[in-house]
Design a protein around this ligand. Structure first.
Ligand code: FE2
Length: 428
């Protein structure tokens, strides 16, 4: 007998009336019209034609800062730089327990939203490694229900801050998974380029992935992504390196971008755009017209690279909003990038599911035989409808076990001559 059979489901690739069989935490079959009679299971779910997806994945988050909104004060200018300064004011007051509590609260929201894998940056600037130790403890605690991957992130600049290199190395030795960086925050362009070189060499030596905050700036001359691509080629790190934010690309000259994109593609760079944050932090020095400050997502995708949309921040010094809802993130990305064609909207769904899974190098992710039985049933008929509705996560499974459920969205009152309820689904 199977552990779980979900039948009559629609899948993100458009297949309908599909059944997914689960045994021992893994998907054992994905096929059409496998009935409960033909395949008895301990738990049987009729998906009613709704969308069954692999879980959401967030390729870019800051779990050490999450839910700290207002501590010790609010960001008045709304800029990235005031956010960094504010985080610096908060750091002396951080405690291990408070960091862990806030992170776990966010993880609860994540699971309820079907978000079961997160790559979080953790600030390594503090020699005490307080935030690093706290998030390593969180990683262990949430492992049964969330894959939490940590990036050693030198928020104050690996060269700009005293002891930056040693602190980052210490974080890696404690078990942090990925090498991070912030070249545009180093003192000079030359130092930024030197930091990219140093950090890529460190990753090559230690066999680590790389994910740098790169060119999170409106300055079109912030071109550290070019150096990043160069170092990947030099060190053979192809397919292992991600450029996060890349917002300066929005402001760059088109001619230069026509040279840059092939260099990035040659290095098989991945990109993470953070639409909620980039649309609010960037362009703050502009009057009108105001730049939108999001990188060139459709163009990077068209050049053959993997692009994900990340949450980045949730109720912290940089962003007062957010709820761990990757469909909200996809919706904002869709609007800001004007990705409104049918294939482009589908790509926006991929940008919060399969694409970030590839960036994280997640093992066993997917809707195929042999993959982990990590699944989300959404109150929507297809990925585009899921984004439009920020669809209710009806059920969330991790390794075949139900970990969250939410009642379907309905309206209680009926108008005369109308059906008694509506779920906001589009029925022709
Ligand atoms: Fe970030």
């Amino acid at each position: 007998m199977l552990d779980l059979l979900i039948h009559n489901a629609s899948l993100p690739d458009g297949r309908r009336h599909m059944s997914v069989a689960v045994q021992g935490g893994r998907i054992t079959e994905v096929t059409q019209r496998l009935t409960p009679e033909a395949a008895p299971a301990a738990e049987v779910v009729d998906a009613g034609g709704m969308l069954l997806s692999s879980p959401f994945v967030d390729a870019h988050f800051h779990m050490d800062a999450t839910l700290s909104l207002g501590l010790p004060r609010l960001n008045q200018s709304g800029t990235l730089l005031e956010g960094i300064a504010l985080w610096g004011e908060l750091k002396p007051d951080l405690t291990f327990d408070a960091l862990v509590d806030r992170a776990l609260a966010y993880c609860d929201w994540a699971v309820a939203n079907g978000l079961l894998a997160i790559r979080s940056h953790v600030d390594t600037s503090d020699p005490s490694m307080l935030a690093v130790e706290a998030l390593l403890a969180v990683k262990k605690k949430v492992a049964p229900y969330i894959d939490l991957q940590l990036v050693a992130f030198p928020q104050d600049g690996v060269l700009r801050s005293k002891g930056g290199v040693d602190n980052l190395k210490k974080a890696l030795s404690l078990g942090v998974d990925v090498v991070g960086g912030i070249p545009h925050f180093e003192r000079t362009m030359a130092d930024g380029a030197a930091s990219v070189k140093l950090l890529c060499e460190l990753a090559a030596e230690q066999g680590k992935l790389v994910d740098m905050h790169c060119d999170e700036s409106d300055d079109p001359l912030s071109r550290h992504v070019e150096t990043l691509a160069f170092e990947v080629n030099r060190l053979g790190l192809h397919g292992r390196v991600t450029g996060s934010h890349l917002t300066s690309m929005h402001s760059m000259d088109n001619y230069y971008v026509s040279k840059l994109l092939p260099l990035m593609a040659e290095a098989q760079l991945s990109a993470v755009s953070n639409p909620l944050i980039n649309i609010t932090l960037q362009g703050r020095h502009d009057t009108y017209p105001k730049r939108r400050g999001m990188t060139r997502v459709p163009e990077i995708m068209a050049a053959g690279m993997t692009v994900a949309f990340g949450q980045d921040c949730c109720m912290d010094p940089w962003y007062s909003m957010g709820s761990g809802d990757m469909l909200e993130v996809a919706s904002m990305g869709l609007h800001v990038a004007q990705m409104t064609s049918q294939p482009a909207m589908q790509q926006c769904f991929d940008a919060v599911t399969t694409n970030p899974a590839r960036i994280l190098h997640l093992e066993g992710y997917g809707l195929e035989k042999g993959c982990h039985a990590d699944l989300v049933l959404l109150q929507a008929q297809n990925p585009i409808e899921a984004i439009r509705l920020k669809a209710t996560r009806l059920k969330v499974w991790r390794r075949g076990a139900l970990v969250a459920q939410t009642p379907a969205r309905t309206a209680a009152l009926a108008l005369p001559g109308r059906p008694a309820s509506t779920s906001f689904l589009h029925t022709k």
